[in-house]
Design a protein around this ligand. Structure first.
Ligand code: HGY
Ligand code: MN
Ligand code: MN
Ligand code: MN
Length: 419
């Protein structure tokens, strides 16, 4: 059978690794001196460093590491002499948004490693295998598609289209994969990988105030808010800032400014809707240059996917009007859309029991668990974030809550592994 507890970071002999100790090992990787926080784009060299850290911690626990054709990492605690089927899986991601927090993603991965230590110390000998899973590029910060790794694994994205996705520097996904020894021609739905897994649990730092309001350290997820991303490109006439009279201008940045306010107003008009422009890129971006084009990206979310579609309709109409007012053009394209997900009641209610009755709450953030939910019974565990802030260096989980989360994950996995 697998070796005893490994020698992971923050790890005394015979004690489970502390989640905080494991996270400390990632400290500094992708640290962002300009904005604070961490910038850890998916795929490519940066994420390979993070995945190598995970592989070392997994091997230190005697887990058998494999990387599938889409770059998803699987670390197996096999049943001695058993096959890799009917497995319980748990995990999350290690990439981040630009200037992101320390917990979004890594907390789920570190807690999975610590949960293995807890289960070993409890003397658990599972009757079915456990797989720790790390999904690449969950944030879609590099290639624009949210949950890119889990979408590729489940075939939710055409592999040829994916291979051609480019990051801001022009690097294609195919080139990024090649940097870490993967071949883009093998991308695509991996039925064999999916067939081995019977259920999936993702632990994640809460990215809202639900657990603060309930005064609870840990909770389970009920649903994931549907969300999508669209790109708006405004084109006008690039020109000289000094020689071009105001009346002679076709300034796409002025049109884009109108669109940003229209996005906010459209969401305000629809109860429960959220819409954000967090990224706007004037081209060429010179102080004394009237932009020739402007790209901006919209993140819009609503519990009802049809309402989200209508919301985008009104945003598109407003963008065209803003463009017309400046004699510019506007073009909208879809980057990725994720429908609202309601987690299966059976698995979640079983875990509510196993955890002694924790709150069950909705999340407004997307997760790989949301993509997998279309394939297998899936549940989410949330750990309190006393700031309620995420996708920001201010994202936080208190040490004792992080450790409580790992214990809760161990309890959930024990419940599932012993049948
Ligand atoms: O964008 C999201 O909702 C997730 O944090 N990736
Ligand atoms: Mn995130
Ligand atoms: Mn996340
Ligand atoms: Mn000049």
């Amino acid at each position: 059978g697998p070796a005893g507890p490994g020698r992971g970071a923050g790890f005394g002999a015979g004690a489970p690794a502390s989640v905080v100790g494991l996270l400390a090992a990632l400290e500094g990787v992708g640290a962002d001196p300009r904005r604070g926080g961490y910038t850890r784009p998916g795929f490519g060299r940066e994420e390979a460093t993070l995945h190598e850290w995970f592989a070392q911690e997994a091997r230190a626990r005697g887990l058998d590491i494999e990387r599938d054709r889409n770059g998803v990492l699987w670390a197996w605690w096999d049943v001695p002499g058993g096959s890799r089927s009917n497995a319980v899986a748990t995990g999350s991601h290690l990439d981040s948004v630009p200037g992101g927090g320390q917990y979004d993603g890594p907390l789920g991965v570190a807690s999975a490693l610590a949960a293995v230590d807890h289960l070993r110390l409890r003397g658990l000998s599972p009757s079915r295998p456990l797989a720790l899973v790390v999904f690449p590029e969950e944030e879609g910060s590099r290639f624009g598609v949210a949950c890119l790794g889990s979408r590729l694994l489940t075939g939710r994205l055409d592999p040829a289209e994916a291979a051609g996705l480019r990051d801001a520097s022009g690097l294609t996904l195919a080139e990024a994969l090649a940097e870490s020894g993967l071949d883009a021609r093998h991308l695509g739905r991996d039925q064999a990988a999916l067939d081995r897994v019977a259920c999936f649990v993702e632990l994640h730092v809460e990215q809202g105030r639900g657990l603060i309001d309930r005064d609870a350290a840990v909770g389970l997820g009920s649903s994931i808010l549907g969300h999508g991303r669209w790109k708006l490109r405004f084109t006008g006439q690039g020109n000289h800032a000094g020689t071009t009279l105001m009346a002679d201008r076709r300034d796409p940045l002025v049109a884009a400014a109108g669109a940003v306010l229209a996005v906010r107003d459209a969401a305000l008009a629809v109860p429960e809707a959220r819409a954000t422009v967090g990224r706007l890129q004037p081209l060429p971006g010179g102080t004394n240059v009237i932009a020739s084009a402007v790209d901006l990206w919209i993140d819009a979310r609503h519990p009802d996917d049809e309402v989200t579609a209508e919301l985008l309709g009104s945003i598109h109409a407003a963008a065209r009007a803003a463009a017309e007012a400046e004699s510019c053009e506007a073009e909208l394209s879809t980057e990725s859309v994720s429908p609202t997900v309601h987690f299966g009641h059976a698995l979640t209610s079983r875990l509510v029991g196993a955890l002694g009755g924790v709150p069950v709450l909705a999340t407004g953030a997307g997760h790989d668990a949301g993509v997998l939910a279309a394939e297998i019974p899936t549940a989410m565990l949330f750990v309190r974030n006393p700031t309620g802030i995420s996708h920001s260096p201010e994202e936080y989980a208190a040490d004792e809550d992080a450790e409580a989360g790992a214990v809760a994950l161990a309890d959930a996995l024990q419940e599932l592994l012993l049948v």
